[in-house]
Design a protein around this ligand. Sequence first.
Ligand SMILES: *Cc1c(COP(=O)(O)O)cnc(C)c1O
Length: 401
Amino acid sequence: MDIAVNTSQSKYHVNKKGYYGDFGGAYIPEMLYPNVEELKEQYMQIISDPAFQQEFEQLLKDYVGRPSPLYFAKRLSEKYKAKIYLKREDLNHTGAHKVNNTIGQILLAKRLGKKRIIAETGAGQHGVATATVCALMGLECVVYMGSVDIQRQAPNVARMRMLGATVVPATSGSKTLKDATNEAIRDWINNPVDTHYIIGSVVGPHPYPDMVARFQSVISEEIRQQLVEKTGKPDPDYVIACVGGGSNAAGAFFHFTDAEKVKLVAVEAAGQGVNSGFSAATSQLGRPGIIHASKTLLMQTDDGQIVEPHSISAGLDYPGVGPMHANLYTTGRALFLNATDDESLAAGYELSLLEGIIPALESAHALAKLKDLSLKPEDVVVVCLSGRGDKDLETYIKHLK
Ligand SMILES: *Cc1c(COP(=O)(O)O)cnc(C)c1O
C-alpha cells in the first residue's frame, strides 16, 4: 500500500508547510488550532504504520470490494477511436469513491482515541459514506446538512438515519452545504477532545487535502498495476476525472502527477454554461480566496462574497476547488475543461447505451469531454467512473428524450 509514499520532492504534492504552490494552508480560528494541530502532527505517522495499512487494505478488499475493475470499454473505444478504460469506482460498496476516504479516516479517528464522528454533507453522499463507516465501527455519528438539502435529498437522509446517524439541519444562510460546514466546524470547536471531523473531499485546512488524497490514491495505485497487466505499461496517455472538491480526481492523478507525459484532465461543471451565471467551473471563474480554512480558487464577487454555484449534479455543486487542483490549474500541469448539464446528461445516456453502465451525473461530466480531446487510436485513456447513477435516475428520467 502506497498511501504513505514520500512525495516531498514533488511540485504537485503538499509541502512541509501544508501548501501546494500558493494554495492550501490552514486558515483556522484560534479555537480550532489544537484539533488541527493534533491531526497535522499525527496523520503521517499513523498512516505509515504497517498495522494501519493492513487494516485499511483488508477493509478496502472485503468490505468495499477493491480492487475496483479497470474495464476496457470496447464500444466506447470504437466510438471515440482510442483505447478507453473505465476505473469502476461505481462498483464500490455505497456506490462511489467516497468510501475509500471515510474508511481511512475512521481508522485514523480510532487510533486518535476519538469516540464521536461529525461530518457535513450536501447531497448526502458523503453523509451516507460517513454513517456507513460509523456503523461499521460502532461510533456515534452526527451529520450536519442544510435544511433545504434535507428536503431535496430525502432518500439519503433516510439511509443515514437507518445507519444510526443523527442528521442535524443547518438553518442559517442559504441552508445548504456551506452552512452545514459552518455548523460542523462550530461543533468541532465545542468538542475538541473526543470528536473527529471527517471531511469528504480534498478541501479544508492542511492536513485534510493531503490526507484525503492519500486515502483516495489507492485509485491510481490500482490503475498502474492494472495497466501493466492489460497494456504492459503502468502509464496511460490520459487520465480524466470530474472535479467537485476534487477527491476522485486527486486519487486518480496521485501517482501520475510527476510523470509529466501522462496528460491529466480535470472536468468541472459548467452548469448552464461557464458564463451563464449558473455554473460551478471554479478554476476558470475563481480567484484566490479562502474557503473552509484553505487558500484556493474560489467563485466570489468583487467584494469577496462567495457566489452560489450551480450544477445538475449535486456532487459538483461547490464554489471552491481543493488547493491541489488550484495548483494543478495555475501550473498548467492538468488541463481543466468543463462540461455543461446538457453535455453531461447526453454522455450519461451514451454510456448506458454503449456499455450498459449508468454513471453518476458527476462521472458523466468526465465522459462528456472524450469528444473534445484529439485522441489518437493508440492512446490509452483512463476515465475515473467515480460513482453509479442510481441516485440520479430521477434527473435522467426527467430529461429523457
Ligand atoms: C461527491 C462525488 C463527486 C465529487 O467529489 P470529488 O471530491 O470532486 O471527487 C464525484 N462523483 C461522485 C459519484 C460523487 O459522489
